[in-house]
Design a binder for this molecule. Sequence first.
Ligand code: NAD
Length: 293
Amino acid sequence: MKIAFLGLGHMGLPMAVNLVGAGHEVHGFDVVPAAIEAAAAQGIPVAGSGAEAAAGADVVLTMFPSGAHVIDAYRGGLLAAAAPGTLFIDSSTIAVDEARTAHELALAAGHRNVDAPVSGGVVGAENGTLAFMVGGSDADFAAALPLLEVMGKRIVHCGGPGLGQAAKICNNMILAVSQIVVGEAFVLGERLGLDHQVLFDVASGASGQCWALSTNCPVPGPVPTSPANRDYRPGFAGALMAKDLGLALQAIDGTGTDARMGRLAQQIYAAFAAGSGAGRDFSGIITDIRDAS
Ligand code: NAD
């Protein structure tokens, strides 16, 4: 397939590399010259603009920082440049409402569209093992699937437009709340004289078991691969968790959901990211909890 890949940053570049490796004809573009140079160095042909890449492509894939970037790019020439019926896949993490706006814009211009945000981070992008959460029609999901399977390992059709983004923010809200409370439990245990390994052994084999404990354990020792063993090098950076919780908060407010834990998690991670946590793994929240105790 002919693919326009726009947004060749931390995630987009390795994803584009995997598409090239699978034999697709990729034309990349980024607004930052350094990203264009990095892409060219990895063998990705680079177009002179997003619109130039989109013209003649079967699929236009975007991997941008925010929803405003997606909507601006769609309105600013991408939709107009693409041939009718082009499949637009947006893999950026953006608000549900923004994803639905992008979908309507694409359809009004005679195109097809799915939202397909990812989890799995840069390592997942490099290894082609991302998880994709997809929102869109059955037909558009089926059309996107072969490409998503090149870049990812777990691809879930979550429902209609915007529901890929909805699944992503709901999952990350669970994750944020559980990572905070696991940190609180370890600090409480410390203050009561409870050994880290003992608490881990009890909770990971009991009803406290969760990913934030069993995989992303916030204290060094019990899970040697967790970021706590490398001074909280990410992993999943606090800045990205704060961003996703901001999108969750928008959806909480927009739907009038009584999500007190999600709201509090958003405040806690916003403060973490504004302080020492932007570039640290989000499990490093335990150090804030310890410092404040
Ligand atoms: P990034 O900032 O490294 O890359 C985004 C790229 O998009 C930048 O290079 C930017 O110059 C480019 N861009 C912006 N507007 C553009 C335009 N109009 N045309 C062409 N290029 C444009 O960000 P990233 O870490 O690669 O993340 C991308 C998206 O994936 C974000 O929405 C993020 O929330 C999400 N995400 C990231 C991770 C991660 O671990 N980095 C994990 C899951 C999801």
